[in-house]
Design a protein around this ligand. Structure first.
Ligand code: NAD
Length: 341
């Protein structure tokens, strides 16, 4: 396990269990160099303990990179609670997890992630103050959307020569909490919208309220457009789909959009500008981190709009070095985390 930790440059790995509530938890603290480690808590079933530990380590590392490039005084961490086949008292389990977090004295701050909710965070908050995305803290999705909108403008400037979105064609895949809020902002900016969602009701809403063109989920990636905004699930950009895209740039909120790191190079080879997902979708993290520090909304919004500036910087380096923006973003994050050039 030390070899795995070393290759991910992970600071610490904690395992804990509580026989009374049934809690089995892993907390991976990747880095506290820039500040306390912040990252969500997953509540999922895993095939074995090893997969859960590796997932926590990989995700914690991703959070360090994301926080560093978002300009936050925050490190990266992640927690995984192994979901039991049956739990008598879910509240008691999350309270036990809260006590575990409290024992870290603020080195790790938790938040909502796959399988957890604001109500779970409220249970954790009964035991520790080192928790965000509680019911009182509010939904980060509109802030993620605001950051993606700023990122789309920066992407349009870099690829199409202007950040005026009026008349551009943008295809939005997924009209959930982030995708719909983004579509609203794009429509207000005069964008011609093409939208898809697995839920026909969401598509109908976008057609009626935003004048969007409905497209089937299968065809959205093939739609001729200026910018493709994946806002559904991850892994949408793979060896097959990249060859079929008809867009000048990809800029959306979905996490882990690239099926593998080599896909960034395939996009580059096709002349499609790619906004690294963890840079453009960092608005939610910025919101929860600054909200936790007691910042007011105007300060949080000002920080969010910096996502556009950061992407412009990434694109400039990418063009100068003839490398994909995804590789440049990783290199910039590593420089912030570990120093050097
Ligand atoms: P959500 O669950 O509210 O919405 C996702 C939507 O995508 C759903 O409506 C779903 O039906 C649709 N969808 C899924 N697969 C699709 C497909 N193949 N074609 C068309 N539609 C599809 O999720 P969300 O909170 O809006 O997040 C969207 C993405 O952004 C996720 O990848 C998430 O990890 C990422 N993200 C979200 C936040 C946030 O603040 N919510 C922050 C950072 C990243």
């Amino acid at each position: 396990m030390f070899a795995v930790m070393e290759s991910a440059r992970l600071e610490a790995l904690h395992l804990a269990q509580d026989p009374v509530s049934g809690l089995k938890a892993i907390i991976a603290i990747h880095s506290t160099r820039l500040g306390p480690a912040l990252g969500g808590c997953r509540y999922l079933a895993y095939p074995d303990d090893d997969s859960a530990i590796r997932d926590a380590i990989r995700l914690a590392q991703g959070m360090s990179y994301k926080a560093a490039l978002a300009g936050l005084a925050q490190g990266g961490g992640k927690a995984v609670i192994i979901r039991p086949s049956h739990v008598d008292n879910r509240g008691a389990l999350f309270e036990a997890f809260g006590r575990m977090i409290e024992s870290f004295n603020g080195r790790y701050i938790t938040a909502v992630d796959s399988g957890t909710s604001s109500a779970d965070m409220d249970c954790i908050a009964q035991q520790t103050q080192h928790v965000t995305s509680t019911t009182a803290a509010g939904d980060p999705s509109p802030h993620t959307a605001m950051g993606v909108f700023a990122g789309i403008r920066a992407t349009a400037l870099a690829r199409l020569g202007s950040d005026d979105l009026q008349g551009l064609r943008v295809a939005v895949q997924g009209l959930g909490n982030v995708g719909f809020a983004l579509a609203e902002q794009l429509a207000a900016a005069g964008v011609e919208l093409f939208v898809s969602d697995l839920d026909p009701g969401r598509v109908q809403l976008a057609v009626e309220q935003l004048g969007a063109h409905p497209v089937s989920s299968e065809e959205l990636l093939l739609t001729p457009c200026d910018i493709l905004a994946p806002c559904g699930l991850g892994g949408v950009l793979n060896a097959q789909t990249v060859g079929a895209l008809h867009c000048a740039a990809v800029a959306g909120s979905a996490n882990n959009q690239l099926a593998g790191s080599e896909i960034a190079d395939a996009l580059e080879a096709r002349g499609i500008l790619y906004a690294p997902d963890y840079v453009i979708n960092s608005g939610g993290l910025i919101y929860v981190a600054l909200k936790h520090r007691g910042e007011e909304l105007p300060a949080i919004t000002a920080h969010l709009t910096q996502i556009g500036r950061r992407l412009t910087e990434v694109y400039a380096h990418a063009q100068a070095d003839k490398r994909s923006p995804a590789r440049v973003a990783d290199a910039l994050a590593e420089r912030l985390l570990y120093g050097g050039r």
